[in-house]
Design a protein around this ligand. Structure first.
Ligand code: TYD
Length: 208
């Protein structure tokens, strides 16, 4: 099973990702936890380029190509080998982030983006995607509360974040079978229960 977690910055994916890993491991499954951009040495180096604040503005095309370069490396070197070895893979962000951030956020043509993304990731599509949705103002408040320094993407203005939020909404609406949407302003326990209940149901159908 290939599971991805998505959502705006500050929506709080990490807690749930850890819970899903534990849940699957308790059931005797081998789990590989990974993230994007990153997951391999080279892809983590590309992550640095993407997230560090620089005096030189990054062109939108450069940004998309770097995210896709990191993904191509990650898919071929880590995700596909893990799936072939029989592991479940849980990934913190994947293609839907490119649709939301580079497609809706930056305004890159969605058809072109899909073609490039499919090519970069060899057509790999998650089995299930959990999208944690949080309105930009609330997400920003959470990021500020965390107190850590914001990266290049997190420093974008509220209008960009609104477009990204709408992009995630559109992804969820377009793919109701694969994408499960959660309201990140609900209690952590409520969302954890929903996610685990969903996966329990999936494991039951797999047994049959
Ligand atoms: P993330 O790992 O969630 O950041 P953090 O460590 O701060 O939680 O994601 C890094 C940033 O990259 C995030 O702002 C979303 C962005 N991103 C894209 O714009 N496009 C993509 O394809 C991916 C995978 C991430």
């Amino acid at each position: 099973m290939f599971i991805t977690f998505e959502g705006p910055d500050g929506a709080g994916k990490s807690t749930h990702i850890r819970a899903v890993k534990e849940f699957l491991e308790e059931r005797g499954r081998k789990v590989v936890l990974t993230r994007e951009p990153g997951g391999t040495t080279l892809a983590e180096q590309i992550r640095e380029l993407l997230l560090v604040k620089s005096a030189e503005a990054m062109d939108d095309k450069t940004e998309l190509l770097l995210y896709l370069a990191a993904r191509a490396q990650h898919v071929s070197q880590k995700i596909l080998p893990a799936i072939e070895a029989g592991c479940d893979v849980i990934c913190d962000r994947f293609s839907d982030s490119s649709v939301a951030y580079q497609g809706y956020g930056r305004g890159i043509n969605l058809g072109l983006l899909k073609q490039m993304n499919d090519w970069a990731c060899q057509g790999l599509v998650p089995d299930y995607t959990f999208v944690m949705l949080l309105k930009p103002a609330d997400a920003l408040a959470r990021l500020k509360k965390d107190g850590r320094e914001l990266d290049r993407m997190e420093l974008e203005d509220i209008a960009f974040k609104e477009r990204v939020y709408n992009g995630f909404l559109a992804c969820a609406e377009a793919r109701p079978g694969r994408v499960v949407t959660l309201d990140a302003s609900d209690a952590i326990e409520t969302n954890r229960a929903k996610i685990l209940e969903f996966l329990e149901g999936w494991l039951e159908t797999e047994k049959r």
